[in-house]
Design a protein around this ligand. Sequence first.
Ligand code: ATP
Ligand code: MG
Length: 648
Amino acid sequence: MSEQLVFQPSAAAIARTHVTKDQYEQLYARSVSDPNGFWAEQAQRIDWMKSPTIIKNSTFQYPDVSIKWFEDGVLNISANCIDRHLVERGDQVAIIWEPDDPKAEAEYITYAKLHEKVSRCANVLKSLGVRKGDRVTIYLPMIPQAAYAMLACARIGAIHSVVFGGFSPDALAGRINDCDSKVVITADEGRRGGKTVPLKANVDKALQDAPGVEKVLVVHNTGADVLMKGSRDVWWHEAAAGVEPFCDPEPMNAEDPLFILYTSGSTGKPKGVLHTTGGYIVYASLTHQLNFDYRDGEVYWCTADVGWVTGHTYIVYGPLANGATTVMFEGIPSYPDVGRFWEVVDKHKINIFHTAPTAIRALMGAGTEWVEKADLSSLRLLGTVGEPINPEAWMWYHKNVGRGRCEIVDTWWQTETGGVLISPLPGAIATKPGSATLPFFGVEPIVLSPEGRLQEQTKAEGVLAIKESWPGQARTIWGDHSRFVSTYFETYKGYYFTGDGCRRDEDGYYWITGRVDDVLNISGHRLGTAEIESALVSHPKVSEAAVVGYPHDLKGQGIYCYVTLMSGETSDEALKIELRNWVRKEIGPIATPDLIQWAPGLPKTRSGKIMRRILRKVAENDFGSLGDTSTLADPAVVTDLIENRQNR
Ligand code: ATP
Ligand code: MG
């Protein structure tokens, strides 16, 4: 059905693109046949203190996995994101900060100002005893200091670990201890959706279980009265006022660590993914520029939080390395009302807007009147990331937000990949709603049967793996290289295993069908959860759906669907029958839902991903072992689902 729908790049996108369709094909072929030549050229987009002469030195050979790029190069990322722009665009806005409260003042931080803020923070960190290679945990809301702190660490060679400001003291303590941070950067409080978050109090609690922390640097943000502990706690503004506004960027080897980031935990205990310097920044800046076809002067807004990899690569490092204007938004899409995103787009004349399917589906569920009220004429391109986007949500985004004229860029990637691996390049690659389309330069996706047989024909279905290393790839899991090797390189030897299932269509387009663990086996037929969910969401009364398997006497596995309705729709038996028939018609009798449960909310990670692992437990009636729930956004949702579980 939806596969038949193809959107060719618009004339406007073709006229302005950095990469045409022919160039994409030629460059892609070159990037995989001659990675050394291709990436040596691409590396020139970065200012090196010493240019690399060794380009790729990586092997996926189990168990001796080793990944290195540009290994004799020397550079500093903060200098690449700030200093090198100062001569030409010191007065250009680097970061627009939009506060949670729409009545509060936005901030416009120029590259010159950014240089000063980051240098002062770097000097403060040094004064607190932070040295090259030390770990610093950043537990901040979406305020400019989060970006300053990351760049300050990069400037002095400290390794940052950003922990999302919504996490509990326990989750924070676990992440501090895992990487032995000796400094934590936080704020008195954070603001989100009109509420305050007691960040400093959370840190105080966390540190009872994290004795290795020596200093806490505290941003004076809401002005709330907080306890400052003697010699341990230091106010950022006071310390910053007492240091020089210059700080020489530390020469870093390309393979020196840049950051640790814990994955969002959809499938289990989060992993401390480690990224290094040279390959990461080459890949972040190139993908940011080409995926969004970014041009000087454009205003770019990615709504992610800096606590997630999207915030690292596509709010901070990629855009700033490219001298872009990037927006940081403190709030949420539904505060003070569900028109907020569109109001901010108009206010800052956003050209490129990048968000997640979870937000798109929620806004779709709220109706079109909010988006219709907005002008949105500044928009040129729309991005999506984080989960498979249902074709229905894609079309809604295209029609209502893009008004039919914006390119849509669905970007598939992971914390471990550092940057986008599969995505259309606007102006070069035609899109199909629901498909992330084709691989980026240097990326060789392959499809394997679950048993590990390489599927060589174009049209194929199975497990998504990658054949060769690319510069942005994670190098290890902090402190646990053997977990890195066993998680990603053991199941399918010689390849990087993504954990995602996919389908490749006759045009070579990739369709992510969900996590491999979530693929259903119904009477011997393999069905992706994403496909059934998309069929449900394509029903006019459904706003969101999550599908899992449960043990079924006859079929092996049955199909259990959690369904959230559009606001105002009534949930009754008649609608259940209608939905069952609907899916049957859309996909086929094999996909007919066995059980449907109305779900006012779905369990999601803090980054908005549906946690099917928990839904599976509820469907299986196995409430005792829900596993790690520390990354859940709203635990109350689970209680409701358990209470209303369908009887069988
Ligand atoms: P964990 O690895 O701890 O279970 P996680 O995989 O949710 O957590 P992330 O690295 O944030 O942590 O998410 C990457 C995953 O998100 C991908 O493996 C994929 O399943 C999903 N994903 C991201 N972008 C897309 C997209 N555009 N289309 C389909 N799936 C996507
Ligand atoms: Mg993952």
